[in-house]
Ligand binder design. Structure first.
Ligand SMILES: Nc1[nH]c(=O)nc2c1ncn2[C@H]1C[C@H](O)[C@@H](COP(=O)(O)OP(=O)(O)OP(=O)(O)O)O1
Length: 174
């Protein structure tokens, strides 16, 4: 079910979401475009394939946090990133609310390297393992891969796995 209104925006200050980042690197190959995913080895979302990211630290800009997490988790240095979206995830009946800022690494260097948090692997963009990713990814990743920018909100069921309600729309971050 899709609903187009901002539930989280109406929450009191103490319930406002925590900022997190998520960065994706892409490359062109003879077999077509590929995107870098990492298998989360510990913490929130263990066992899922995802981009690289984490919590924004106090006093840190979101963009700096995005680059830092990519380097810490995948050994990749992004010299230029582009904001492509922000998504709010609501879990545990509003006890756990995250605002995840999504970036594409536009210029980057370094060989992706396994860290204690993530095991990186390139995936063909037409063969992503959605069954092993967060359920919301199948909704917004087609927009991301098409070069679009977007915002949305996903409210998870009590199982923290399947989506109860969501909205998603294209947006501009120029
Ligand atoms: N529903 C969801 N869909 C998605 O695609 N990414 C999500 C998501 N919910 C969270 N994420 C991302 C945001 C962030 O990059 C990551 C979780 O952040 P962290 O790696 O900081 O979590 P941890 O519990 O491992 O925290 P640390 O103890 O700080 O390492 O998962």
């Amino acid at each position: 079910m899709t609903q187009d209104h901002g539930t989280v925006a109406a929450l009191p200050q103490e319930k406002q979401p925590q900022d997190l980042t998520l960065v994706f690197c892409r490359r062109r190959t003879a077999d077509g475009p590929e995107i870098l995913l990492g298998l989360k080895k510990k913490g929130f979302g263990t066992g899922k394939w995802n981009g690289f990211g984490g919590k924004v630290e106090a006093g840190e800009s979101i963009e700096v946090a995005a680059k830092r997490e990519l380097l810490e988790e995948a050994g990749v240095t992004a010299t230029k990133v582009a904001k492509r979206g922000h998504l709010t995830f609501v879990l545990d009946s509003y006890e756990h609310i995250m605002k995840v800022h999504l970036y594409e690494a536009v210029e980057w260097h370094g060989e992706p390297t396994e860290s204690d948090e993530m095991a990186p692997r390139w995936y063909r963009e037409d063969a992503l393992p959605f069954e092993l990713m967060w359920a919301d990814d199948a909704h917004w990743m087609p927009l991301f891969l098409a070069g679009k920018s977007f915002e949305g909100e996903f409210i998870f069921k009590p199982d923290s796995v399947s989506i109860d309600t969501h909205w998603l729309r294209e947006a501009s971050f120029e």
